[in-house]
Design a protein around this ligand. Structure first.
Ligand code: URC
Length: 295
């Protein structure tokens, strides 16, 4: 029976790159988690064991650190594009280099002192090919909650359905979103990211929700309405269930729970995933290859 090698890619995952800019007494910090992958013709490495075409993952990691200095990190997207282009140049057998970056934000305490900001992590996935490049910007662990203006009712019921309908519940999620840009040159990545984040937050807060599905769709439409250079956005949103505590069995007179005390359950959770794409968006499915967490 003959076998054949299927899809494959290789690289260094999760290099923790911290860049301090110390040109003046007022330092700057960029704190990244960088993963790189090369795809292309690496059959020999797998089949005959010949590694002549393989740029080691160790070299990929070293390049990630070197480029933090040589290219600098004005934004994670700009850094990832430069790193991806360099890896492709250095490895002729590769057809694509993918660079995935997470950025942890620090707030300033003083000229050279910082405190790590909790919460959301800025992300990008940049795929550089021989002809073109695709940039996905994103955010993960964006934990948001609406304490009202959320209902869930009118759903399909069968003999296993016990969920009561509700017209007033807590809606909370830890959002992961990634959005694809149609251009990679001349983009102000930091401004664009800040604008998308604000739109996501404003829309989450301002939308009456009949389901998390409807809220995600509204958030996606708002981002595409605001920024015409964004072709599509994808969401993965755990529904962080908040169950009303039943006080009825307690022997305390007058103790009521009118949407005031909840159990925040961590598992299981509903997982709602959706994409919103501009009608005329050029496809770029390769850019999403191996990007985990999206349908
Ligand atoms: O917003 C929701 N969408 C669902 O599909 C769902 N299913 C469920 O049990 N609760 C919810 N909430």
């Amino acid at each position: 029976m003959a076998n054949k090698l299927g899809v494959n890619q290789y690289g260094k995952a999760e290099s923790r790159v911290v860049r301090i800019v110390r040109d003046t007494a007022r330092h700057e910090i960029r704190d990244l988690n960088v993963s790189t992958s090369l795809r292309g013709d690496f059959e020999d490495a797998h089949i005959t064991g010949d590694q002549a075409a393989v740029l080691p993952t160790d070299t990929q990691k070293n390049t990630a650190f070197a480029y933090a200095k040589l290219h600098g990190i004005s934004s994670i997207e700009d850094y990832a594009l430069a790193l991806g282009r360099r890896l492709l140049e250095a490895c002729p057998a590769a057809s694509d280099a993918q660079v995935r970056v997470e950025e942890y934000a620090w707030d300033r305490l003083g000229d050279h002192s910082f405190v790590r900001r909790g919460g959301a992590v800025r992300t990008c996935v940049v795929t550089v090919g021989r002809e073109d490049a695709v940039v996905l910007s994103g955010i993960s662990d964006l934990v948001v909650l609406n304490s009202t203006d959320s209902e869930f009712r009118g759903f399909l019921k069968d003999e296993f359905t016990t969920l009561p309908e509700t017209d007033d519940r807590v809606l909370a999620t830890s959002l992961v979103a990634k959005w694809r840009h149609t251009a990679v040159e001349g983009v102000d990545w930091n401004a664009s990211h800040a604008a998308v984040l604000q739109t996501l937050l404003d829309t989450f807060a301002g939308t009456y929700s009949r389901a998390l599905q409807e809220t995600l769709h509204a958030m996606g439409c708002a981002v595409l309405d605001d920024q015409e250079e964004i072709a599509e956005i994808r969401f993965s949103a755990p529904n962080k269930h908040h169950f009303l505590v039943d006080f009825s069995g307690f022997q305390v007179e007058g103790l009521t729970n009118d949407g005031e005390v909840f159990i925040a359950a961590d598992r299981p959770y509903g997982l709602i995933e959706a994409q919103v794409t501009r009608d005329d968006a050029p496809p770029a499915d390769d850019a999403w290859l191996h990007v985990p967490g999206f349908c």
